[in-house]
Design a protein around this ligand. Sequence first.
Ligand code: FPP
Length: 249
Amino acid sequence: MTTAQAPDSPIGQAAGSATVPRHIAIIMDGNGRWAAQRKLPRAAGHRAGAEAVRKVLQAAADHGIEVLTLYAFSSENWRRSKEEIADLTGLMRFYLERELKTIEKEGVRLKLIGDYAAFGRDLAGQLERAVERTKANSRLTLVVALNYGSQAEIAAAARDLATAAVAGTIDPSTIDEKAIGDRLETAGLPPLDLLIRTSGEVRLSNFLLWQAAYAELLFTDTLWPDFDERALADALSRYASRQRRFGGR
Ligand code: FPP
């Protein structure tokens, strides 16, 4: 199967290889339903979801994926109960403490997108220390989206550009797709090749709206805690069987 090369577009789209995507993003959905099916509290679903993160991260590194971006907490997730938010943040803290050594050993670089400062000084500091400790790693970049919303990210880029235009440091007529892409939090990462959402929902839910312009979208009924090495391998083979045209023929 041949894969079309991306045009030399201003947003720097470059096709992933025909078979292995360079950059995968996942909307990890279905923790609550997984728990409900087992008559367990929602927190148990999130714990099982964190285990799935561990497995999928390892498998992605083994497949040679360069970037794995995970939607861990959306800017809309603040609407959840206080208890559930505390469970999720506690879980992140616990996961970071437990997994940081493995992440370092496996050559994973951690990067954060979203307004994670909203989680408070302790967790934000812990996250920043993990970013610092892993910054020289180059096998895989794990991007964790925390308190992230794509529309807010695009609005911030627009604000930056407008401010620079008013200050006279850029000419508004030069603002193009690259200018916007360069001001998104994902600037510098390879283009998104594959976006997966688990649990049967078919929505992007304000995740990487700009970055997904040419991505293959894959929706699976598997609930996130059940998404494992095999599910990732299956997603990769479905990706490899699709022909990416980037608007060409
Ligand atoms: C969606 O399931 C999942 C989340 C809102 C949180 C994702 C968090 C984790 C997988 C755990 C920790 C993450 C890291 C990076 C260690 P849902 O609760 O919306 O499920 P439902 O739709 O079935 O209710």
